[in-house]
Write a protein that binds this ligand. Structure first.
Ligand SMILES: Cc1ncc(COP(=O)(O)O)c(C=O)c1O
Length: 386
């Protein structure tokens, strides 16, 4: 096949006139840091998730840090989370002096195994952080039931999950805490950004204080018309706020969420049809419970050759790829600080997984090209499979 001239990346944000108009209007308004647009973005997330509160932030990592700190999770506590996730969550657990305890995953869906969560609970366990992997929800009924029975906090890592629903409930709407990401690779972006959705009035106060230096009133309330510029600090906090420029981008992206996720679903359906039956690779497994998948990532498993070789070959075809994720329990500092653990299903999956390009502006022709490249790499130019 003819090699394409233009590189096809793993992902590319879809920025159109709606986004440009929104950001331009914010710049013209002359209020560019946290203010009315952040508030409006937060309100839209309350509507989307059904959560009573939404706190916008500069990243999901910042959000996870705030939540862990605000809930008083620290030295002596254990937090159960998957190893097949981005290191940021594990870093934040470690940063606050707690111990990450890794639960295994289901090899086919790559989502956390609820039975293994329960098996790893000890008297020190304080919280469970499930990840809605690649945009498919974790098995929330079982996780919530286990958490209730053992009196544990649940913090959903919803970085991949804008538009993800479990049995009709949008993640973040279970009455617990969820942390979303708006990094440029995510389903909607604010450039960089994050948001905590939750329904706990006391937690809300602590989150808002810790988000902004420990000051109760942010700049909008201090320097806006009639504002009070005085402040006191009850406890030191971080500077983790989102800006209105970013929120303007986020509001525009959110207005296109259904369009984005519909297109993502179409691309995944095309992949599934065109890659079906190719020997030497496995397609993502699908959870059997009712859910809406946000299709953040399309993660296949390469069986027929070393993954490194497969990545080199994809590069020859000018196609990008991603690795979601190197298993956290195998990272250097994690092994040194927390010891070696065995996670058979995670390890079996971790050496085979590879993310193929997936973003709303991909054309059907792009998808067909990737599939033809994969077929040639794995089966030779005559095609193959069964
Ligand atoms: C599962 C998961 N959690 C958390 C994060 C952190 O998000 P952010 O980059 O917004 O801090 C990511 C980002 O890639 C992620 O994939």
């Amino acid at each position: 096949m003819k090699i394409r001239e233009v590189f096809l990346p793993l992902n590319r944000p879809s920025i159109g006139e709606t986004e440009i108009a929104g950001v331009t209007a914010c710049l013209r308004s002359q209020w560019i840091t946290t203010g009315p647009l952040c508030k409006s973005f937060e309100e839209r997330f309350q509507e989307l998730t059904g959560a009573r509160h939404a706190v916008s932030l500069c990243s999901a990592t910042a959000g996870m840090h705030l939540v862990i700190a605000a809930l008083g999770i620290g030295p002596g506590d254990e937090v159960i989370t998957p190893s097949l996730t981005f290191a940021s969550t594990v870093n934040m657990i470690a940063m606050q002096g707690a111990r990450p305890v890794f639960a295994d995953i289901h090899y086919d869906t790559l989502n956390i195994d609820a039975a293994d969560i329960e098996a790893r609970i000890t008297p020190k366990t304080k919280a469970i952080i499930p990840v809605h992997f690649a945009g498919a929800p974790a098995e929330m009924d079982r996780i919530l039931e286990i958490a209730d029975r053992h009196h544990l906090i649940v913090i959903e890592d919803a970085a991949h999950a804008v538009g993800t629903r479990y049995r009709g409930i949008h993640v973040g709407g279970f009455g617990k805490v969820a942390v979303f990401s708006f990094h440029p690779l995510k389903n909607i972006t604010t450039g960089e950004g994050g948001l905590i959705a939750h329904s706990d009035d006391e937690l809300e106060k602590r989150l808002r204080l810790l988000r902004f230096h420990g000051i109760e009133r942010d700049a909008w309330k201090r320097y806006g018309r009639g504002g009070n510029p005085e402040y006191d600090i009850e406890a030191p906090g971080w500077k983790y706020n989102l800006t209105d420029i970013q929120a303007a981008l986020g509001i525009a992206q959110l207005s296109r969420l259904d369009e984005f996720n519909r297109r993502r679903a179409e691309i995944v359906a095309l992949y599934r049809t065109e890659l079906h039956g190719i020997e030497g690779m496995e397609l993502p497994g699908e959870s059997c419970y009712p859910h809406d998948h946000a299709h953040h990532l399309f993660v296949v498993k390469i069986l027929a050759m070393e993954r490194e070789r497969f990545m080199e070959r994809l590069s020859d075809y000018n196609v990008g790829y991603g690795l979601h994720f190197p298993a956290c329990h195998l990272l250097k500092y994690v092994k040194e600080r927390f010891g070696v653990v065995k996670l058979p299903e995670t390890e079996r999956a971790a050496k085979r997984i590879l993310s193929l390009p997936l973003f709303p502006d991909m054309t059907d022709g792009d998808v067909a090209y990737v599939c033809a490249a994969v077929r040639e790499i794995l089966c030779g130019s005559e095609g193959g499979g069964n």
